[in-house]
Design a protein around this ligand. Structure first.
Ligand SMILES: [Zn+2]
Ligand SMILES: [Zn+2]
Length: 1002
């Protein structure tokens, strides 16, 4: 870099270097032989040194930073600056911080690393300084250092930032901002610093989103027209959204923020604001629930802005500017919100997503026209040329994933909303099919090291799969036709090699997949080709069913060794790795994807062999042995801990064999209640004279059509009988109702699962249709599961909603008789209580079942005292109705709770634990123990109080477990005097645990 006078010669640099050392030497003190320290508190000397450093640095730029003079003097410069900043002399620290900025711009981060901790420490203490001339350069310098902090040093740096209350200072600074009095630049730099800190250190996020005053202030600033201010708030928002709790906080009343975000995505906005807007939207969409929440507030404008960004860009000679490219990447990442079902899909079609995607595949797309293909052959050859040109290869796998998800989620009759986008869609289908069949043909030659082409192969394969299995007949048949056409000649040969490859995996005796990418392509290939009848026949003849089944069993045995498929667009890789507090439900297909693909193929083959059986005898399913193996394997998958996709498909295939639905613990519990006539309150009488006893509340939730019209009113066909203080209502069923079918329907209503002989199938179908039992009907009709649908639950919590609360027959009372602010949304009583149902309570608790039917006084009362706190009671009720014990607050929320609040949570579980001893509920007890121990894991300081608490309930197993948790910090506890409050017996217990702990080597 030439200086202003153009005399930046070696001689000039040498002079400045001499002057620098002349100044520096005024402050050096030699401590010992190795080290000299720079310590000088004289303001004038400090000022002189800062000026000399500045003048010296002005001779260099990043390009000339490897000059020996600068390399050799960095250590001395850094020492002096650290000391001067540490002195906090207002008159000089501002310019010192400015010199640090200069230094960072010139010297590469790797060289500065060894001084970064000291610099961070001195700079972060100055952030609270009221003078703008000080805090502004300090924020800029600190940000520049933090951006480059190495991962290995992050822990140390956080400790420094925490001790200096850096986040607190920055937040306070931002809160003091008011436009006009302070410069926009200052606000921006503070915001950038805060955003960097939040990005790197998740611990800092809570204090930002949990500060309502700051959030209100940010919202008002973000609504100002100044683009700089908007960008700054976007930066903060998008860092906050890395925390799941933070994101849902942002989305509560988030409309103004979302509107601002979308307006920043517009072409008229500066590049950095557009990118930041897209990033914020992506992060808010990390989880399905939050994504839908966002979409519900701004579907159309959000989708419009995304698609526009993808289609309105310019290139010159096939090359994109770097910033155009990053914009496109962010827009494509955002468009992956199509992986979730929702109302945004139709808007993607409305704004012509196929055209936008095609413009990223076909070079110079806007000047080409797609119409005029006389034949599929012609279209395929054009597609071949386009793919060979390899335009924007790094975007290709996004293109496939996006169109694949759109295809998987569209409606059956969706072509009506295509709005003339058919030609683009057709061409995309052709391109995807072509890429996929190339990958199949390559076989062993697929190169996993070429990441771009490998990820293209995988995503194109997955996409063709989603197209073929699309609910839209249009897309599905288009994909099938194209694929068959491409496959025409080498079809059977290709299929043969796929089948051989797959059969090799289980037979080789290995524990890992030979080649992840090739396995994916192979399984997807089989799943796609099986949907085409002629190939399904071929695969069946070649033992395809047995081979797929063996693969499934092999997968089950070796699941632990098999990673995810390599290039799937998982939410975690879409957003950054540094997310916290996101309880991401796994996508349908990202857990056990290999198993899902295998089951898709299996489903087609089973379907094929069943329909063939009606005409000619195919060899495939006649072996009973094979059928048994198929059943066992599928049942294990359906009831196991696999992803929802594989579990759904296992259940789907089982429906061909007479098994319908999913087995749950809750279902089994309710089934026991169904079989127990004594707890029923309604009897269905058949014309034949037979009858079944049921429970109104369960019928009301699961099959309301069976309830008599105007339940509770007088109806001609119902009679009530008093019996042991129970009123049983009787309903005469019409003679048209088939008894067996109705019993099966009820079985499904109670348990979510039923086995049906083929002779009853038709009648049950009619009944299920009449009763609007959607899930059962779908399975009876053997409709393919919808991509992404979750495992159906038994929705008993509905019984606690106002609409159905009239069936409640018992009220649970917690320990507290009074609680400020208690409000029941179901009745007017103001003392804490929970409405409940005897049948549900009995189904989960043997003790209560016995109590309710004992005839003792308590059994008739409509109130039951439960010796737990209100918090405990809510958790208990949730367990009874969902078969799931709610967890305490997680992540940032839990970490930021004080000990008292944590104990309050913990106490609820300890109380339930104690109750389960008395009520004899082993499952619940185990669940409680698990929650308690995992709380202790994350907060060892709670162990002593937990030991006390558990001891007061005489729960010795729990005391012992908590003592084991306290063991590693025994010495700390003893020295701090915390143990003094405990009984000697308990102290002994912890000491014994500590001795054991140290004997086992810590
Ligand atoms: Zn968090
Ligand atoms: Zn109430």
């Amino acid at each position: 870099m030439a200086s202003s006078k153009g005399v930046n010669t070696t001689a000039h640099i040498n002079t400045l270097h001499q002057r620098l050392y002349h100044a520096l030497n005024l402050g050096f003190r030699v401590c010992d032989e190795k080290e000299k320290k720079w310590t000088c508190t004289d303001i004038e000397i400090q000022r002189h040194v800062v000026k000399s450093i500045s003048a010296f640095l002005d001779c260099f730029s990043r390009a000339t930073a490897n000059n020996r003079l600068i390399k050799d003097s960095i250590a001395d410069i850094a020492r002096a600056l650290v000391f001067i900043l540490g002195c906090k002399n207002r008159a000089v620290v501002g310019s010192a911080a400015n010199v640090v900025i200069k230094l960072i711009r010139i010297v590469p981060p790797s060289i500065l690393q060894s001084y970064s901790l000291d610099l961070v420490e001195s700079l972060s203490h100055l952030l609270s300084c009221q003078q703008l001339e000080v805090s502004l350069p300090c924020a800029v310098a600190l940000n520049a250092i933090l951006v480059n902090v190495r991962e290995t040093k992050e822990k140390q740096v956080w400790k420094i930032l925490e001790d200096a209350k850096a986040v607190f200072s920055v937040v306070a600074n931002l809160q003091n901002f008011s436009e006009g009095s302070i410069s926009v630049e200052w606000f921006q730099e503070m915001a950038l610093l805060l955003s960097t800190v939040m990005l790197k250190w998740p611990q800092s996020r809570f204090s930002v989103w949990n500060n309502p005053a700051l959030m209100v202030m940010l919202e008002s600033v973000s609504q100002k027209p100044d683009m700089g201010l908007r960008f700054a708030t976007l930066k903060i928002y998008s860092s906050v959204a890395l925390c799941g709790h933070g994101a849902s906080e942002l989305l509560d009343n988030g409309k103004p923020m979302l509107d601002m975000m979308i307006s920043c995505m517009d072409e008229s906005s500066p590049q950095n604001a557009r990118i930041e807007g897209l990033k914020l939207a992506q992060r808010l969409a990390t989880g399905n629930r939050e994504c839908l929440k966002m979409i519900n507030m701004c579907t159309e404008p959000l989708v419009n802005a995304t698609v526009r960004t993808m289609s309105k860009w310019f290139s010159s000679a096939g090359k994109l500017e770097h910033d155009q490219m990053s914009l496109l990447v962010e827009a494509c990442k955002l468009a992956l919100i199509t992986r979730w079902e929702g109302k945004h899909h139709i808007y993607f079609w409305k704004y012509r997503i196929s055209e936008a995607l095609l413009s990223l595949v076909v070079e110079d797309f806007h000047s080409q026209s797609l119409d005029g293909y006389a034949s599929l052959e012609e279209e395929i050859s054009t597609a071949e040329k386009v793919l060979n040109a390899n335009f924007l290869p790094s975007l290709r796998s996004y293109v496939w994933d996006i169109i694949g998800y759109l295809a998987a989620h569209c409606e059956e009759e969706f072509d009506s909303i295509l709005h003339g986008d058919e030609l683009s869609l057709n061409f995309l289908v052709t391109c995807a099919c072509l890429t996929f069949s190339k990958s199949v043909q390559k076989g062993y030659q697929i190169c996993q090291n070429d990441i771009v082409s490998a990820s293209q192969s995988e995503s194109a394969s997955r996409t063709v799969l989603m197209m073929i299995y699309s609910p839209s007949k249009y897309i599905s048949s288009r994909a099938r036709v194209t694929l068959s056409f491409i496959l025409e000649e080498g079809g059977e040969q290709n299929l043969n090699s796929l089948v051989n490859f797959l059969s090799f995996i289980p037979s080789s005796g290995g524990y890992i997949l030979p080649n992840i990418l090739q396995t994916t392509v192979c399984l997807v290939g089989l799943a796609c080709y099986s949907s085409i009848p002629q190939y399904a026949r071929f695969i069946l003849r070649n033992q395809g069913l047995e081979i797929l089944l063996s693969f499934c069993s092999w997968y089950q045995r070796n699941r632990e060794n098999i990673g995810a498929s390599s290039f799937a667009p998982y939410p975690q890789s879409i957003a950054e790795k540094r997310i916290c507090c996101w309880a991401c439900t796994e996508d349908w297909d990202n857990k056990d994807a290999f198993l899902l693909y295998a089951l898709l193929a299996l489903a087609e083959l089973v379907n094929h062999s069943f329909s063939e059986q009606n005409h000619a005898k195919e060899p495939s399913m006649k072996s009973e042995n094979l059928k048994d193996r198929l059943c066992t394997t599928l049942q294990e998958i359906r009831d196991g801990t696999y992803g929802s996709g594989p579990r759904w498909y296992a259940a789907h295939i089982l429906s061909y064999l007479g098994y319908y639905g999913f087995q749950h613990k809750l279902g089994k519990r309710l089934m026991a209640a169904y079989e127990d006539e004594e707890c029923s309150d309604m009897r269905l009488l058949f014309a034949s004279g037979n009858s079944v006893s049921v429970n109104k509340v369960i019928i009301a939730v699961r099959c309301p059509m069976l309830l008599p019209p105007k339940e509770g009113g007088h109806s001609g066909s119902t009679i009530s009988t008093e019996n042991f203080h129970r009123t049983v209502q009787e309903i005469r069923m019409s003679a048209n109702v088939d008894t067996l079918a109705l019993v099966k329907l009820l079985e499904f209503a109670y348990s979510g699962y039923v086995e049906v002989e083929s002779s009853t199938l038709k009648k049950l179908k009619t009944l299920a249709r009449h009763c609007k039992a959607k899930v059962l009907l779908q399975m009876l009709c053997r409709r393919r599961p919808k991509w992404g649908s979750s495992i159906p639950r038994i929705d008993i919590p509905l019984a606690l909603t106002p609409k159905l609360i009239r069936f409640s027959d018992v009220i649970l009372l917690p320990k507290e008789a009074n609680m400020a602010g208690f409000n029941c949304c179901l009745c007017s009583s103001t003392s804490p209580h929970a409405h409940s149902h005897r049948v549900i309570l009995s189904s989960g608790c043997e003790y209560l079942r016995a109590l309710f039917r004992s005839g003792m006084q308590e059994s008739h009362m409509d109130r039951l005292n439960v010796p737990v706190s209100w918090l405990g009671l809510t958790k208990l009720v949730s367990w009874f109705y969902c078969d799931e014990l709610p967890n305490p607050p997680s992540g940032c929320k839990w970490n930021n709770m004080d000990t008292e609040a944590k104990l309050h949570e913990l106490q609820a579980y300890v109380e339930i634990y104690s109750l389960t001893e008395w009520w004899i509920m082993e499952d619940l007890q185990n669940d409680c123990a698990q929650v308690i121990l995992s709380c202790l894991e994350s907060a060892r300081e709670l162990s002593i109080k937990t030991i006390e608490l558990a001891a007061s309930f005489s729960m010795w197993k729990l005391v012992e477990a908590a003592a084991n948790h306290a063991a590693p910090i025994y010495h700390q506890l003893r020295d701090s005097g915390e143990l003094d409050e405990l009984d000697d017996e308990l102290v002994n217990l912890i000491r014994t645990a500590a001795v054991q702990f140290s004997q086992q080597g810590g």
